[in-house]
Design a protein around this ligand. Structure first.
Ligand SMILES: [Fe+2]
Length: 406
């Protein structure tokens, strides 16, 4: 069956039951031995690969404040913004104000959650996301003082001053997503657990869709779960210097698995140079699957060159990464167009059950130009009207339009 036929099939028909034919030997967890062997095989077949020219519009090197590596940072005082008692009191007043309006949570915005003095600080921090290092941590929200609903209002309210666009997390218009080990409670759902976000497993380097990611830590794990960030520009510089042929591979189209959605796959690059910004945008599971969600049969496999590039991005991102430790009550904000992120495996115990709540945001005034192949996705992401926005207060797995988990 051809890939074209897959596009028109129903969800049930396309749900994967067999391996994708012709897929290279590569899985979700990068294997450095296999990566080195693949590189050696490809260079033996074509020793001139490292001498290839960079594609048009891709410079030999990039620089700027968002091009950094882990060792450039001394300690967390460089990126942690500590909220003062007066600012926390201002947040409480904004919470009371929003509650007094008696509006659905989708109406949380800069006007309904007013922060007379903190707003200007949050704007400066938003500028750091788009024009600076690309990340910061807000510390700390006194989690235990509030109900889940109050926390959702505070979190979305504060975040609306960083970026007023709130992205939908799934096909049911959820705008809050929970990152938590849900294997004991949700593994029976259609599609099962197809994303490391719902396990204690390591999440390898990737980006989310959209401009900005916010992660509120409601509870931390007993051990592990370190969060890692890495600069897309730094990774780009290394690949451009050593393997310019793979820059060409990255900026060309890749087949992204949509795991049973219709169409079964879409094609787009993983690398863009838009308006002077290097953007890497991909999730490894879209090319190799994860756990129950193996790569769909009857869609095009990735190529050996793409498999090599995937591992190279991961290993350079890991090499040049910065570790961030979440504290309970922290909110981590990340520019997901300029930075990749990952998380170590972790263990929970009775009192420590790692639980993050995620928002996807965009600040229209500060935003980078969205690369054309991403425009449609971005438009859908940030177009949920306030009355349709859903704020799941308890953990659930994101859903596709077909009802399966994703
Ligand atoms: Fe992520």
């Amino acid at each position: 069956m051809s890939a074209t036929q897959t596009v028109t099939q129903t969800v049930a028909d396309t749900f994967p039951t067999t391996l994708c034919v012709g897929q290279p030997d590569i899985v979700y967890h990068p294997d450095e031995g296999k990566f080195r062997a693949r590189t050696a095989r490809r260079l033996a077949a074509d020793p001139a690969l490292p001498q290839r020219s960079l594609p048009d519009n891709f410079p030999p090197q990039v620089d700027g404040p968002i091009v950094w590596e882990g060792k450039d940072w001394k300690d967390e005082s460089q990126w942690v913004y500590n909220l003062t008692d007066e600012q926390l009191a201002e947040i409480d007043r904004a919470l009371a104000h929003f509650d007094s309006l008696d509006k659905p949570l989708g109406y949380i915005n800069k006007e309904t959650f007013p922060l007379p003095t903190l707003s200007a600080e949050l704007w400066k921090l938003a500028e750091v996301l788009y024009n600076g290092r690309g990340f910061f941590v807000l510390r700390e929200i006194p989690i235990d003082k509030y109900s889940r609903r109050e926390l959702a209002i505070i979190y979305a309210g504060l975040s609306s001053h960083v970026g007023s666009g709130r992205g939908r997390q799934d096909a049911t218009n959820a705008v809050l997503a929970h990152i938590k080990d849900l294997r004991a409670t949700h593994a029976h759902e259609k599609g099962g657990i197809g994303n490391a976000a719902y396990t204690t497993d390591k999440q390898v380097f990737h980006t989310d869709i959209g401009d900005l990611i916010a992660l509120l830590s409601i509870q931390t794990s007993a051990h592990g779960g370190v969060s890692r960030l890495s600069s897309a520009g730094r990774v780009y510089n290394e690949i451009a210097k050593t393997r310019p042929d793979l820059i060409t591979v990255m900026k060309d189209n890749w087949p992204l698995d949509r795991f049973g959605a219709n169409p079964g796959y879409v094609e787009r690059p993983v690398l863009y140079n838009e308006d002077g910004h290097i953007v890497i945008q991909y999730s490894r599971r879209q090319f190799v699957g994860y756990n129950a969600q193996v790569r769909s049969a009857n869609i095009p496999p990735i190529t050996e060159a793409q498999a090599e590039a995937l591992d190279m991005i991961h290993f350079y991102a890991e090499k040049y990464s910065l570790e961030l430790n979440f504290k309970k009550g922290d909110i981590q904000y990340i520019n997901s167009m300029g930075l990749l992120h990952a998380r170590d495996a972790f263990t929970d115990d009775e009192e420590h059950t790692r639980h993050l709540v995620r928002l996807w945001l965009r600040n229209d005034e500060l935003a980078w130009k969205t690369p054309k192949p991403l425009e449609e996705t971005w438009k859908k992401l940030y177009s949920v009207p306030p009355e349709d926005q859903r704020f799941p207060l308890e953990p659930e797995i994101r859903r596709t339009a077909g009802g399966a988990t994703k």
